[in-house]
Design a protein around this ligand. Structure first.
Ligand SMILES: *[C@@H]1O[C@H](CO)[C@@H](O)[C@H](O)[C@H]1NC(C)=O
Ligand SMILES: *[C@@H]1O[C@H](CO)[C@@H](O)[C@H](O)[C@H]1NC(C)=O
Ligand SMILES: *[C@@H]1O[C@H](CO)[C@@H](O)[C@H](O)[C@H]1NC(C)=O
Ligand SMILES: CC(=O)N[C@H]1CO[C@H](CO)[C@@H](O)[C@@H]1O
Length: 466
């Protein structure tokens, strides 16, 4: 494979130029504070409204800081990093368009029986071979792929919830796993959206117990459980050992859990939604005719930068993060640079906005399969799968500062952390019995090529780790 061998930091030039342009602005302060504010506002709207210009997330950030600095009431501590989002102002006026026809993949079906030896229980993700993985990236009108939910592998839903979700065509989904969070009630939800959307909060049993102790859970006449607007959907028998991996099931495989959904907005359990979901669909999907929208990551664009940050923050065993990146590099994944089709290879994964066409569903399946096979750090595999599918799926990757206007972030009551995240060597993982038994098995299955000579691209540690 021909590698261009470009160093990281390709986007720095663009950011610099933007910043330099911005640095002329303070002179206006001398002229008039009012003019300054107006200019800032106009600049703000322009900079954050343009969906095409990928470098604008940096602009919005700088801008957010300026706004904050001018705010006499604001505490000087943290920059806001927020910008206004150009949503329509009236949910009642939004016209829901026809669904996007399926162009490339017409018929997507799923492998549901795990091939296994007699004694071992089925794995949720199935035992996908390297060859099946490779085949799954080849687009065809008819495709059958692994997509979690192997028969008898866990993540079971109560009958009352299975019944309820049949009617859910518009879904706002969220999840709390391994306890320690209570559902946050969204604000600014119009009456129309309250009727149109199902607000589904997926929890495991541990989290359900925690929620029941901390907030009022209402039970309706059918036995459905509610916390405010949220319908609690309990999943029994967690499919993985790692809570982090379990959380990926409703997040990435939303279309498998809620198969009737035409549209879904996934938000992490720690987020409080502040914008009407119909306005979100209009702004991020319908207006630009997209079927998948996600915010760009705040700091990183290259998976190698992000992998490096994950290792520094000890978010998964370092040798295994390296192995996943070596596989991706070997398979032709270049570090992000400005010639790439996508504004970034790294998403801010806490919100996913999707229309469930076959191609978005396929993307989600392939993304999940990578998460199942390798580390649970799904921001690494997102860019890889996007790279493999090429132009087949057009993403709207919107500026990170907009994402901060959609939600209020609440701290986790308790961060889950597992021992494997701290492991420094493969030996340590094996000796201390930290190896996961039901996830990440691709990291322990001999790869069909020699990776020993693969050198990961150098990473310049320029950006702040979050
Ligand atoms: C889609 O593909 C599956 C599996 O190949 C097949 O069983 C099914 O009949 C196909 N459906 C349609 C509508 O073609
Ligand atoms: C699509 O699948 C069919 C049947 O499996 C196969 O014959 C055909 O070559 C595939 N097309 C492409 C472009 O891979
Ligand atoms: C939730 O309930 C538990 C047990 O009653 C209690 O220890 C904890 O402080 C509560 N947490 C919150 C956030 O209310
Ligand atoms: C855009 C919008 O309507 N925002 C409102 C959301 O709700 C809060 C209060 O919960 C208001 O302060 C915002 O103006």
């Amino acid at each position: 494979m021909a590698r261009r061998g470009k160093g990281g930091g390709g986007g720095a030039g663009v950011g610099d130029a933007a910043w330099r342009r911005g640095s002329a602005r303070p002179r206006l302060l001398l002229v008039s504070a009012v003019a300054w504010a107006l200019l800032l506002l106009a600049f703000h709207l322009w900079s954050c409204a343009s969906p095409s210009a990928y470098f604008l997330s940096a602009l919005c950030r700088k801008d957010g800081e300026v706004v904050r600095a001018l705010d006499p009431m604001g505490t000087p501590s943290k920059p806001l990093h927020r910008c206004s989002i150009p949503v329509a102002d009236d949910p009642d006026a939004v016209v829901i368009p026809k669904r996007t026809p399926n162009a490339i993949v017409k018929n997507l079906s799923y492998i549901t029986v795990d091939k296994r030896d007699k004694d071992s229980p089925p794995l949720f993700g199935g035992r996908q071979t390297w060859k099946q993985r490779e085949e799954s990236f080849k687009l065809n009108a008819t495709m059958k792929v692994h997509c979690g939910f192997m028969k008898n592998s866990g993540a079971d839903m109560d009958a009352v919830d299975v019944e309820y979700i049949q009617k859910c065509k518009f879904v706002v989904a969220s999840g709390i796993f391994d306890g320690y969070d209570a559902p946050h009630q969204p604000s600014n939800i119009s009456l129309r959206s309250q009727k149109l959307f199902c607000f589904l909060m997926v929890v495991d049993e541990v989290s359900f117990d925690f929620i029941e102790q901390n907030v009022t859970v209402k039970v309706d006449s059918a036995g459905g459980k509610w916390v405010g607007i949220w319908r609690l959907v309990t999943l029994h028998r967690p499919p993985f050992d790692e809570p982090r991996r379990n959380g990926k099931v409703p997040k990435i495989l939303t279309h498998r859990l809620f198969p009737q959904a035409w549209y879904s907005i996934w938000i992490d359990g720690k987020m409080e939604l502040m914008v009407d979901p119909l306005l979100i669909l209009e702004r991020y999907l319908w207006r630009g005719k997209y079927t998948f929208a996600v915010a760009v990551h705040k700091h990183h664009r290259s998976i190698y930068e992000e992998g490096d940050a994950i290792k520094r923050r000890k978010r998964y065993a370092r040798p295994l993060v390296d192995l996943q990146m070596k596989i991706y590099y070997h398979e032709g994944m270049e570090p992000w640079d400005e010639t790439k089709r996508m504004p970034s290879d790294i998403p801010e994964g806490a919100v996913l906005i999707r229309e469930h066409t076959t191609i978005t569903d396929l993307f989600s399946c392939l993304w999940f399969n990578e998460v199942n096979l390798f580390t649970p750090r799904d921001q690494l595999s997102f860019g890889y799968v996007a790279h493999r599918l090429g132009d087949a799926l057009k993403f709207f990757m919107f500026p990170n500062c907009e994402y901060n206007s959609l939600f209020i972030l609440h701290r986790h009551t308790r961060e889950h952390s597992s021992k494997v995240e701290w492991a420094k060597t493969i030996d340590e993982i094996l000796k201390k019995g930290l190896k996961e038994s039901r996830g990440g098995l691709g990291l322990w299955t001999p790869y069909p090529a020699d990776l020993s000579s693969v050198e990961l691209p150098a990473v310049k540690r320029t950006s702040q780790a979050s």
